[in-house]
Design a protein around this ligand. Structure first.
Ligand SMILES: Cc1cc2nc3c(=O)[nH]c(=O)nc-3n(C[C@H](O)[C@H](O)[C@H](O)COP(=O)(O)O)c2cc1C
Length: 348
């Protein structure tokens, strides 16, 4: 019996199976952060392919928070229309949708002035960031709240806050990138404050019946002194108490190097530890490309959702092949696709 094709419900949203498309920046936005036809085709294809939850790439809450000049954005009302079209298209293609809110912090390549909790560059080649003032930090918390209000108008099913991979929120969380000595730096509680304030602002603006997901790097993987899984479990507990419904668990990204081995499912253990410690739904990711590995992850209840990235770039219809070999009869937006997943028969 396949576990992949069992639904998962978060608040009022039911995800029809356990496969989620990982957020992946496609660098195809308009210069003003609006959606293009390429986004519609790209996400639509994976939704038609049967993926349960489609997560968008980063959507910047502020112009200076773009990773590149081709990022999507939600800092302006005129960006709502394209994202509304995108959520409608994903729904019509049969999947649940999640919009990922982000700020690139010191990893932005979109502007001449880039911002971080402290003036420490991401790498030797990166621009030197400017340390945010207290007023600017408050302004960014508001920017997240405003972007969440706009997201509520787009019709997306879920909202995700990107707090992983060395972008602005993660830069606050880590003692390696946050050397502030005000209320946003120093102790663990102070380093968490920026994210916790953002979650409060977002939860207020985002509909009560819709799920909020936070993506975290479980460990910094950037050498001595970084945040550990114990820290992340502590943070996850706080997030859960503020109304976060699920955690998408990744790792690293704070620096260009990853301090660890990479193999299929190399980050699953973190998701499993968080799930067991906090009893909160989790998603895992990282070089997961085979249905056998996914069945094993789900069967031993290490994760509730499995996020797939590059495999779905190579093969948007990956799940149809899995359904065929598992003999499953998945729910598909175009019922005739079931002719491709059923038993051997003449294709008349
Ligand atoms: C082209 C590309 C763009 C990415 N962009 C994002 C992003 O916008 N937001 C994010 O949280 N992760 C991003 N990631 C990381 C993926 O979500 C995922 O964690 C990573 O690719 C590992 O999963 P995989 O081995 O299945 O590809 C990106 C990865 C790739 C390959």
């Amino acid at each position: 019996m396949s576990s992949i094709f069992t639904p998962l419900t978060l608040r009022s949203v039911t995800i029809k199976n356990r496969i989620a498309m990982a957020p992946m920046l496609m660098y195809t936005g308009q210069d003003d952060g609006r959606v293009t036809d390429l986004h519609l085709a790209h996400y639509g294809a994976r939704a038609l392919g049967g993926v349960g939850l489609i997560t968008t790439e980063v959507v910047a809450v502020d112009r200076a928070g773009r990773i590149s000049k081709k990022d999507l954005g939600l800092w302006d009302d005129n960006q709502i229309e394209g994202l509304t079209r995108l959520s409608g298209l994903i729904r019509a293609c049969g999947a649940a949708s999640a919009l990922q809110l982000a700020h690139a912090g010191r990893k932005s390549t979109a502007g001449e002035r880039i911002f971080a909790p402290s003036a420490i560059a991401h790498s030797d080649d990166a621009l030197q960031p400017v340390a945010l003032t207290l007023d600017e930090i408050k302004g960014l918390v508001n920017a997240y709240g405003n972007a969440a209000s706009r997201a509520a108008q787009t019709g997306f099913d879920c909202l995700e806050i990107h707090a992983a991979h060395g972008y602005l929120i993660h830069e606050f969380l880590s003692p390696l990138s946050n050397l502030r000595n005000d209320e946003y730096g120093g102790s663990r509680e102070n380093r968490w404050r920026f994210l916790l304030e953002i979650v409060e602002a977002v939860r207020k603006a985002w509909p009560e019946d819709k799920p909020l997901i936070v993506r975290l790097s479980a460990e910094d993987k950037a050498g001595e002194g970084g945040a550990t899984i114990v820290d992340t479990i502590g943070l996850g507990e706080r997030l859960k108490s503020l109304g976060v419904d699920a955690l998408s668990v990744s790792a690293g990204g704070l620096t260009p190097t990853f301090d660890g081995e990479i193999y299929p499912g190399y980050q699953v253990g973190y998701a499993e530890q968080i799930r067991r410690a906090l009893n909160i739904p989790v998603g895992c990711n990282g070089s997961i490309t085979s249905s056998e590995l996914i069945e094993s992850i789900l069967h031993r209840e290490a994760s509730d959702l499995v996020y797939m990235g590059r495999e779905l770039l190579r093969n948007p219809f990956w799940l149809l092949n899995v359904a065929k070999s598992a003999g499953a009869n998945p729910e598909l937006a175009i019922p005739a696709y079931a002719r491709a997943t059923g038993p051997y028969e003449r294709g008349h």
